[in-house]
Design a protein around this ligand. Structure first.
Ligand code: NDP
Length: 277
């Protein structure tokens, strides 16, 4: 029987993961099937158990189930343990379900390898304190940046993440109102604001000359945040399509022990994205 994989979330019909993994499988001659599963909120475990009963071998997990997947996995990678969220399940048997989080590795690989952005000694500002930011923080800590500052619309969530990671890294919580006068080498938009074509309330002149901007959100045209980055003088201002493909490649590697070529898939996806406005 052909090995089965899927992405599970709600909603899920917009997901690019089936296209990405099908391209990876063709490229590496892997006999596998990759589909989508829309699970109802509250029925995540049931949906996973029925996938396993149908000989499922691995799942990508997206909104809103990354914390459910964290609770369901009975063996967690170090990075999943630290982030408290799982985006990849590796089903070894009915009894052994491994949980990992490849979002941070995907982001770091896109920043360092694809975009050639140096992270060591970088002063990073991260906007947002939702599931995606929680997933990427441990991988960013490993890069030993000079500082990571965190700002979020709901300030209590900034403080909650800062204290969650206190033993690993001294994140600097900051409010939008206090940003003026600070300088950052890299500003990462980890909010979903670009989806509504709105910008977080950022003051001008907080990006170091020639610095970098990165929007986790992606679209067929530059997002409003990517445009803001260029207006602020960024040498590169990029959306999250590269991260999407790199996190998928890492999941694929965890399942199949083979590394697919990512550049060709990033280029293919860039030509096939849905407009956001
Ligand atoms: P969550 O729903 O968990 O968190 C959303 C975050 O965005 C919160 O911090 C929220 O602030 C903030 N936010 C939402 N709207 C606005 C706004 N108008 N102004 C300011 N802040 C806002 O979502 P995720 O963390 O899972 O996802 C965030 C983004 O990352 C999404 O666009 C998603 O598509 C993208 N993503 C991309 C990936 C990739 O591979 N490229 C992987 C994973 C995610 P508050 O707390 O105040 O509500």
């Amino acid at each position: 029987m052909i090995d089965k994989y899927a992405v599970i979330g709600n909603p899920i019909s917009h997901s690019k993961s089936p296209d990405i993994h099908t391209m990876f499988a063709n490229q590496t001659n892997q006999a596998m099937e990759y589909t989508t599963i829309q699970a109802e909120v509250g029925s995540f475990n049931q949906a996973v158990q029925s996938f396993i009963a149908n000989k499922g071998r691995g799942l990508n997990v997206t909104l809103p189930f990354k914390q459910d997947a964290f609770r369901l996995a009975n063996h967690l990678s170090d990075i999943a343990q630290k982030s408290g969220a799982v985006n990849t399940l590796i089903i070894e048997s009915n009894a052994i379900i491994r949980g990992d989080n490849t979002d941070g590795i995907g982001l770091v690989r896109d920043l360092k390898q694809n975009l050639d952005i140096p992270l060591q000694q970088c002063r990073i500002l991260i906007i947002g304190a939702g599931g995606a930011v929680r997933g990427i923080l441990p991988s960013l800590f490993n890069e030993k940046p000079a500082a990571i500052s965190l700002v979020n619309r709901t300030e209590s969530k900034t403080l909650a993440l800062t204290s969650l990671f206190a033993e690993l890294y001294d994140i600097k919580p900051i409010s939008f109102k206090s940003l003026s006068g600070h300088k950052f080498d890299l500003i990462i938009n980890g909010t979903s604001s670009s989806l509504d074509n709105t910008l977080p309330p950022l003051p001008d002149n907080i990006l170091e000359k020639g610095g970098y901007c990165y929007d986790l959100m992606y679209a067929d045209k530059p997002t409003i945040f990517v445009k803001w980055g260029f207006e602020q003088g960024a040498s590169q201002s990029t959306d999250g399509i590269g991260m999407l493909v790199e996190q998928a490649a890492e999941s694929f590697f965890l399942w199949r022990k083979i590394r697919p070529e990512t550049q060709i898939v990033i280029q293919a996806l860039k030509q096939d994205l849905t407009p956001i406005d």
